[in-house]
Design a protein around this ligand. Structure first.
Ligand code: ZN
Length: 433
């Protein structure tokens, strides 16, 4: 088909002048825009999203918007407004992101312009683009979009989400414009290679009554110190090493709270199935049986450059290297709902081995076989029930739990005492019959 043909087809579909359409198309093609894209642009110029012949965006309830929609007009309550600076086509740009709601549902949005609305406002947003984000529809507010204050407050069952106040356990990757009251449990300064050379950032762990999460402060705020009780307004959440991570930016307002924040000492207790289904959990506790201690446990050697475990003295990236000794355990733990690979670091491995790394090396030397160390660990762990605390992540190879605590499930003295009493009572009762 030649360009005349395309222009004629488009012109009749859009109900506009063919000469104008042809001129637009030619102009775009001259800049090496692919034909399909050029046709889309011309359609958009004439108010057609490409879906059908209607030119005006349709007014929709939030709950009825699908990724099939082109442009829509909605009347909504603004739940959250978060700001973030991004690089788009080589330029730094501040975008606003958050959530909108009406009586029928909620929807995320990204705004490329500052329309000035705030959390709690009721607004009519005209001609917002609909795009797919993570499988769900999201509104895209650009320079063709209009925003007007609505004549009445929009009623929504999501009022409690206005302003984005959240507990740490509520946060999920993708959340933006959230407000949390937290204590800084751990913090350290780190230097990273940023876009503008070396920059200092803060990273650590935040806590509240619901749990703990790692955080990164990309624009170090002075009051972010260990033990500080803080209100953080406008944070966003990303996935980092398989778990949700709280991000503070230049747009985050950090204030010191006069009231201390209660921090939970205990990890979230979940079944392995629940933990795996969540896609990743920071500081979780599971209880299950060790089914197997996998190969690559016991005494191992790591690459001095990248820390990878060597296979036959070889690093996957650095080849033949002089390995450094280390100890670890990779154990498969099953609680009846699912299984997870629990990874113990050197300290926990020494504890379950019942000796130091020097002693393990000595044992291996005498036996002239490293495997004796893993075998001893196997003998001690397999078939027993353990309480494991740590961070669970899920990747293509399965679920891993990096343990921070690993203890036999019934080693809680109170539980053991109850068990002993229960056995004792039973025996006594039978004996007295
Ligand atoms: Zn290496």
């Amino acid at each position: 088909m030649d360009i005349d043909h395309h222009a004629e087809e488009l012109a009749s579909a859009l109900g506009v002048d063919k000469a104008e359409v042809k001129a637009d198309l030619q102009n775009l093609l001259q800049y090496s825009v692919p034909l399909d894209e050029a046709k889309q642009s011309v359609r958009r110029k004439h108010g057609d999203s490409g879906g059908g012949s209607t030119s005006a965006p349709s007014t929709k309830d939030v709950g009825a918007i699908t990724t099939e929609d082109g442009n829509v007009t909605v009347t909504v309550r603004v739940l959250t407004v978060g700001q973030r600076s991004i690089y788009y086509q080589g330029e730094e740009q501040v975008i606003r992101e958050g959530e909108l709601a009406d009586a029928t549902g909620t929807i995320s949005y990204t705004s490329w312009e500052d329309f000035g609305f705030e959390a709690g406002d009721s607004v009519t947003i005209g001609n917002a683009g609909v795009r797919e984000w993570d499988g769900s529809p999201e509104l895209n507010l650009g320079n063709a979009t209009t925003v007007a204050i609505a004549s009445e407050t929009v009623e929504t069952p999501f009022d409690d989400r206005i302003g984005g106040e959240s507990s740490l356990s509520d946060l999920e990757p993708g959340d933006r414009g959230r407000t949390v009251d937290v204590r800084v449990v751990e913090v350290e300064a780190r230097t990273i290679d940023g876009r503008d050379g070396e920059t200092e950032i803060l990273s650590g762990v935040l806590g509240d009554a619901s749990g703990r999460l790692p955080f990164t402060d990309w624009e170090p705020h002075d009051v972010v110190r260990e033990g500080a009780d803080l209100r953080l307004e406008d944070v966003y959440v990303r996935e980092f090493r398989g778990v949700p991570s709280v991000n503070l930016s230049e747009f985050t307002t950090v204030s010191t709270r006069s009231e201390p924040v209660a921090v939970s000492d205990s990890a979230t207790r979940l079944s392995i199935r629940e933990a795996v289904a969540s896609g990743g959990v920071y500081d979780v506790e599971i209880v299950g049986n060790v089914l197997e201690v996998r190969d690559g446990s016991g005494l191992i050697e790591r690459c001095p450059d990248c820390g990878r475990v060597l296979q036959n003295g070889q690093c996957r990236s650095h080849g033949d290297v002089d390995g450094e000794d280390d100890m670890r355990v990779k154990a498969i733990v099953d609680d009846g709902t699912d299984a997870v690979t629990v990874v113990l670091d050197r300290e926990l491995t020494e504890a379950v081995y019942g000796g130091t790394m020097a002693e393990a090396r000595e044992q291996a030397r005498e036996a002239m076989d490293k495997e004796v160390v893993a075998d001893r660990i196997r003998d001690r762990l397999v078939g027993r029930e353990y309480r494991v605390r740590g961070n669970l992540s899920v990747d293509d190879y399965g679920a891993n739990l990096d343990a921070t605590e690993f203890a036999e499930a019934d080693d809680d003295p109170a539980v053991r005492a109850r068990d002993v009493l229960a056995h004792h009572d039973g025996g006594h009762g039978e004996a007295s019959i």
